[in-house]
Design a protein around this ligand. Structure first.
Ligand SMILES: O=P(O)(O)OC[C@H]1O[C@](O)(CO)[C@@H](O)[C@@H]1O
Length: 549
């Protein structure tokens, strides 16, 4: 038992019951589970808003689900969920509330942090964003020389980049096509260079997005962007005001950088970076898709928030997804989780989820400070289908590792595809076929029946029994995107709650940042770095030598 009186996860009776159930489950095949239960596909599905989730191709029975739900109850998932929605400081290592859900809550609601209702300020910022986005979109916000803004470059990294960049790609058909949107994150100068090399500075607006406004990559890129702008516009410092706005929680640092805080869009320390793209961090996205679509997206988020908050455990989609991940990660030794969207527009979706999931649950310390005794967050990876099918799906089908996967697809192809819409059925046939092949495989008998030579039979056999969730949505609209992201946010929440880790801090990124800061002078000026290990010292020496320093 820990300090809060919570029994440790691996000592809970539900944990042991699941371990025993796993032994009994053995290699029970999905073929058998479907044969024994004709109603399985209908029963193991759930609808949330515009999303339809089929989880029938999972290695579970009613008993598995019952035990997992009991585990969630005993682990305090529902208590922690309610505490999150109520603004309690559940990010314990940073002593912060976790209230990204407030960003998409209607203004009439009351959500308190330290006694203050935060809803008025959330909506004030949304109005300020809308006014600004509309001005830029309608050409009323002019550059220093009076030209209309045609290009928007978001400079940020991690949560200040991945969200807007992902959503911009996802919602391209909804974007202002006459404008160009680019996202710069990497401190590699090539990123900024390639983003601006063909742009006219007089028509370019930079949105510097950083929660802390101290992140070295973002500040370095923002300074370089300012130098590029000034060089292009004749060096007048006053040009900066019309071409730079900021999104941050840190007004002091924004002012220090030289951006007028009137042109700063605020958010708050109770919004985690990786949970922030529906805050002012989404400003570039709002300029791209307009305030109306941004509002639709927020409504989509809110719909799933309410579902997560109120739906019964049996019908609670984020809870189910979280529990399935626990079942595989903790009782089947699955190490990774593939997210496979069958939409070209979701090209950045998995990259976004990598931060959401791996920065949240890549932890090995319990909330009270003890090392965990169980596996925590999986490696999340994947790329859009059908490209992955011709690359790594081989391993999914016949490799030695169990990799649960999410297959995500849409019923309606995007309208502007015109005649290319005809390809949509083929795309979706591939999605359904993959789920089918992974689940049911192809037996030796079936291979033999095709007249395959005996020597070839083992190579051509597919074991199947590889679990997938299929998420089917009507169309990739702003609302549906919000629904999907909220679904994953809360899935990650459920898992962190069960593993008893703080899903809202990210101390693991600090050491590398500090070491890079110490090493940089050694690379540029040959400065001595005290206590450097021989391997790193030799690499630095080699680097300097080859760079002719
Ligand atoms: O928005 P900021 O403060 O620049 O931080 C960017 C990113 O850096 C991190 O702190 C990790 O390095 C992320 O959590 C965050 O999204």
């Amino acid at each position: 038992m820990n300090a809060e009186g919570r029994t440790r996860l691996d000592q809970m009776p539900e944990w042991h019951a699941l371990a025993k159930h796993r032994e009994e489950f053995g290699q029970t095949h999905l073929r058998r589970l479907f044969a024994d239960d004709p109603g399985r596909a209908e029963r193991y599905s759930v609808r949330v808003g515009d999303l339809y989730l089929d989880y029938s191709k999972h290695l579970v029975t009613d008993e598995t689900l019952r035990l997992l739900q009991q585990l969630a109850e005993s682990a305090g998932v529902f208590r922690l969920r309610d505490a999150m929605f109520e603004g309690e400081k559940i990010n314990i290592t940073e002593d912060r509330a976790v209230l990204h859900t407030a960003l998409r809550t209607p203004e009439s609601a009351t959500v308190r942090v330290d006694g203050e209702n935060v809803m008025p300020k959330v909506h004030q910022v949304l109005i300020k964003m809308s006014t600004f986005a509309t001005k830029v979109r309608e050409g009323h916000w002019r550059g220093h020389t009076g030209k209309r803004i045609k290009n928007v470059v978001n400079i940020g990294i991690g949560g200040s980049d991945l969200g807007p960049a992902m959503a911009y790609e996802a919602l391209r058909p909804y974007t202002a096509r006459e404008m160009d949107f680019r996202f710069v994150s990497n401190v590699d100068g090539a990123d900024l260079h390639e983003a601006v090399r063909d742009l006219d500075p007089a028509e370019t607006l930079f949105i510097v997005a950083s929660k802390t406004f101290t992140t070295i990559e973002t500040i370095t890129n923002a300074k370089a962007a300012r130098a590029w702008l000034l060089e292009g516009l004749g060096g007048e410092e006053s040009a900066v005001a019309a071409h730079f706005v900021a999104v941050s929680t840190n007004a002091e640092k924004v002012a220090e950088f030289g951006i007028n805080t009137d042109n700063m869009f605020e958010f708050w320390d109770w919004v985690g970076g990786r949970y922030s793209y529906d805050s002012a961090i989404g400003l570039s996205l709002m300029v791209a898709i307009g305030p109306q679509c941004f509002g639709d997206m927020l409504a989509g988020f809110h719909l799933v928030d309410e579902h997560f908050r109120t739906a019964s455990p049996e019908a609670n989609a984020p809870l189910l997804l979280g529990l399935l991940g626990v079942w595989y990660g903790n009782f089947h030794d699955a190490q990774s989780h593939a997210v496979l969207p069958y939409s070209h527009y979701l090209s950045r979706f998995t990259a976004y989820l990598q931060q959401l999931d791996m920065e949240s649950n890549g932890k090995s310390t319990e909330r009270e400070g003890r090392p965990v005794n169980w596996q925590t967050g999986p490696v999340v990876w994947g790329t859009p289908g059908t490209n992955g099918q011709h690359a790594y799906y081989q391993l999914l089908h016949q490799g030695t590792k169990m990799i649960p996967a999410d297959l995500i697809g849409f019923v309606e192809p995007v309208a502007e595809l015109g005649a290319l819409r005809d390809q949509h059925d083929l795309l979706m046939a591939n999605l359904f076929a993959q789920g089918q092949a992974l689940a049911f495989g192809k037996s030796e008998e079936e291979v033999r029946a095709e007249g395959v030579s005996e020597a070839q039979v083992p190579h051509r056999t597919f074991p199947g029994n590889r679990p997938t969730t299929t998420i089917l949505a009507t169309e990739l609209s702003p609302s549906v995107l919000g629904q999907l992201i909220a679904l994953y946010e809360h899935k990650v929440f459920v898992q962190g709650a069960i593993w008893n880790i703080d899903s809202f801090d990210q101390w693991g990124v600090e050491l590398g940042k500090a070491l890079a800061k110490r090493l940089e002078p050694a690379l540029t000026e040959g400065a001595e770095v005290a206590g450097l290990d021989r391997s790193t010292a030799t690499l630095v020496e080699r680097y300097r030598e080859l760079r002719g320093r």
